[in-house]
Design a protein around this ligand. Structure first.
Ligand code: NAP
Length: 284
């Protein structure tokens, strides 16, 4: 596709964004859909987001993704916010509607879709490691999807407790926060139906894990949203215990597919996008 005056532009706002796999995934999708669209990295320094967001409308962009460190601030800059993004407190997808900017969050739904066919949430007990932006999106989506209990284990205890309290108050799902000094974590982890690593721990480090993998029961589905490396120490340890495992590329794929469907109102070509992500990951 030749880029010209009629090409519709979307992109990813973040700092840094040069290692993002999203341009490869979305541009492959646009080509497969025969759409005259392009997706570009939009590096925006901390502090510059308000000016960048104003510029989106003026420049006529069709939409954008938002990533670290801008997701929370982006929420405050939208004209309208979709309910899910409001609950999560962060925006990862911006769409235009009648000259207004609408903030969405597709991280939680992307996570849930990456588990389809492998695990279902209703009434289940889950353990989430972490209480940052990704953990928050996942915990809130799981609560909305009807899980029974959420245990949040985080290095910084008050952050986990705040998120647990908010889930209990706003969604009325049982939730509790812990740090790694809490007693009985072996039992809590061993009796969960889903365990998710939503911390940054494991990035680039292939063997280390936050807890001994002997605590895992073979019935637990284990997911690591870290995807560099794709096979983290946690996923290796979990597979060694006989657990079903899910890597982080699925969440990346499905959050991107959900964003693309918001912008284009057409079904996303998932196999094409998955292949583009895998190729981009191998080449990075
Ligand atoms: P964030 O808001 O900065 O939160 C980071 C979380 O990781 C916090 O809970 C933090 O604990 C914890 N943490 C960081 N370093 C740690 C360490 N050495 N030991 C234990 N805990 C540690 O970041 P985020 O946006 O939630 O992202 C978290 C991870 O998820 C990143 O690796 C990111 O690449 C990945 N991610 C993947 C996808 C996907 O599509 N697959 C989507 C979003 C994010 P404290 O609260 O104690 O600081």
């Amino acid at each position: 596709m030749v880029i010209g005056a009629s090409t519709r532009v979307v992109g990813i706002i973040g700092w840094p964004v040069k290692h993002s796999l999203s341009p490869a995934m979305h541009n492959a999708a646009f080509a497969a859909m025969e759409l005259d669209w392009t997706y570009v990295p939009l590096p925006v320094r901390p502090g510059d987001l308000p000016r960048a967001v104003k510029g989106l409308l003026a420049l006529g962009l069709a939409g954008a993704n938002v990533t670290i460190p801008h997701k929370e601030e982006a929420l405050r800059l939208m004209d309208d916010v979709a309910p899910g993004a409001g609950l999560i407190g962060a925006v990862n997808t911006i769409a235009r509607a009648n000259g207004r900017l609408v903030g969405h969050n597709t991280d939680g739904i992307g996570f849930l879709r990456s588990l389809e066919g492998k695990w279902s949430p209703r009434g289940e007990t889950v353990v989430i490691l972490g209480a940052g932006g990704a953990a928050r999106a996942i915990a809130i989506q799981l609560a909305l999807a009807g899980v029974g209990k959420i245990h949040l284990i985080n290095r910084t205890l008050p952050r986990a407790c705040r998120l647990a309290d908010e889930i209990q108050e706003r969604i009325e799902v049982w939730a509790r926060g812990y740090d790694w000094t809490a007693r009985g974590l072996d039992q809590i982890i061993g009796s969960s139906s889903l365990l998710v690593n939503a911390t940054a721990f494991g990035m680039g480090d292939e063997e280390e894990t936050l807890f001994p993998c002997q605590w895992l029961d073979a019935k637990t589905v284990v997911c690591d949203i870290v995807y560099t490396p794709r096979l983290t120490g946690l996923l290796k340890g979990a597979a060694g215990r006989g657990c079903a495992t899910v890597d982080g590329l699925g969440m990346l794929l499905h959050q991107g597919a959900a964003a693309l469907e918001i912008w284009t109102r057409r079904p996303a070509p998932l196999p094409v996008m998955a292949r583009a992500l895998e190729d981009a990951l191998q080449g990075s």
